[in-house]
Design a protein around this ligand. Sequence first.
Ligand code: ADP
Ligand code: MG
Length: 681
Amino acid sequence: MSLRPTRLRRFFYNPAATAGLFIVIAVTALSAAAPILGLPDPDATSLADRLLPPGSEGHFLGTDELGRDMLSRLIWGTRVSLAVGISATAIAAVIGSLIGIIAAFYGKFLDNFLMRGVDMLMAFPYLLLALAIVAVLGPGLFNALIAISIVNIPFFARNVRGATVSLVRLEYVDAARLSGLGDAKILFGELLPNVLPVIFITISTTVGWMILETAGLSFLGLGAQPPQADLGSMLGNGRRLILQAPHVATLPGLVILVLVIGINLVGDGLRDVLDPYLSSGALVSPRAATEVDRALAKRVRGAAEREGAGAREAAPGAADTAGPEATPTGDAQGSATTGGGAPILSIAELKTWFWTGGAPVHATDGVSIDIPRGTAVGVMGESGSGKSVTALSVLGLVPTPPGRIMEGSIRYNEEELLGSSLEQLQYFRGNRISYVFQNPMTALNPLLPVGEQIAESIRRHQDATNASARARAVELMTAVHIPDAGRRIDAYPHELSGGMRQRVVIAMALANDPDLIIADEPTTALDVTIQAQILQLFDELRDTRGVSLLFISHDFGVISQICERVVVMYAGQVVEVGTVDQIYREPLHPYTRRLMACVPRVGERGREMDAIPGLPPALDALPGGCRFADRCDMAIGACRKAPVDLRKVAGRDVRCIRAEEQHASHQARLTKPEPQKDGAS
Ligand code: ADP
Ligand code: MG
């Protein structure tokens, strides 16, 4: 699958870059075509026609102080400037990248030697350095080219070294070495292709500079020598005549301006498209909360206020735990296990989409999940089905850009969270609702002792003294069964094992006695025995603290250990919801059935555990009918005709038009005795 068409499309989606490309192509084409345009000789002087203004007969853009045709000189001069700028870039790119990649690959002495040399080059202001080099080599266009190339080598060397260093330590380089590849093959066959985007990005952002620098040297009379002209030397000549005949200086100045702006716009556009971090929106610093579509926010807030006013008066019991003002200390122990009544969290018809240019990615597309107070609800589904985006949407943690909540409602204790202010969200974050993420290494700050991090999350929401926060941290660490908590409190994350780190993260999640913990694959990064211990811990916390859980996992085995209910997600939608028992005994959606087929069952050793064939649909190009149809062994024509709704079948919700059939055949199988498969046992 090639990324090329979408990248190209994304580039043209950027109007500035498109305009830049248009300018660059126009200027380049014009200067490349100089010999066939039938222009007058750019160096032919004619003193009789000195300093004619633009628009004169036979000289469209006038003439300079020697009567030479300005249009012709501009086009030929642009040709020279472009040629020098581009060659200098090519030279700097090749030499600089070589230095960078070799320094990173060999490290140690060679790295030191090369990079300190580069540092020395960088220590001089670059134009001064270029001047010094030209002074040594003598003036002339070729020497200017060499000077500009040398001055720009460090930019390439540094960028490429940085990119390579992070690659050299990766396993695939070890694998290449193990397969017997020599250094040169690894350098140019394995590493270079991976740093090419970095090189292209650096090129695209420095070409403009190089053309300016060349012009600068020529302007000072150190580059192009008469009668040859480039844009810089034309500007230099015209400078003396600026009052008498302004067009002689302003025209080349204008061309430089337009050309460099064009090149830089293209460069920025290319960088956005080529850099995977930029195009995924990672470097665009996300807002503090996910953006909620304006119209939706207005509608939702309006509705919440209207009914909120009535509801609180009518039901004072519900109001107890509803507002931020109601539980300022975060002590919700008593109310958390009441059971029944309104769900603690109610997600309804949530649509969180990603706008990455092109069609929006429908990461969650009408997801509804209720978590009754005091229960644990599992969310299951393949990677990419929208589980994390659903969880992150609750407290507005989906990065914007590119994410935006387009539709739906998220109610915590009957209070609408969508469209609430950042302040309100921050009250809920980590206080009433806390998160436990998959990877405990990245969830902890590596530079702070773990106890400090727990204490910090206590202090953020409660006014505790340092000493009391620390004491509470020890308490929490003991509660999550970290042995010798009093001593471990000063340990740094890297000094703890994965399981211990995840316990620390859970302790942080508990710090403010939340009502709800959202755990996103909290055990996936751990090995099986540790996983079992952590699951036990979650189960225990439910009993002792009465927290509700939204527990995400791709593994039914894990979910069945602590959850009462399971929500199965596929391609941004809920496809089946039921109790753990229902889903285990009789999965009705073909997708759930395939997922369950991957769960080992007691007494069924020989059962095949096949993967689900095919891939989920692209979330920015979804089919009109059932999203699972293409991978489904039960799909019929009707499945592809229209979107399938969630329906109640056999006591649970399922999104399949053949669910009744499925249920009936299951019932039939139950009443008929199971045919004996093999007589061996
Ligand atoms: P999972 O079910 O594995 O947790 P996610 O909820 O993380 O899946 O992601 C669902 C889909 O949302 C992904 O397949 C991806 O297409 C899209 N997505 C998630 N995060 C981003 C992002 N930051 N930018 C663009 N698309 C994203
Ligand atoms: Mg996920």
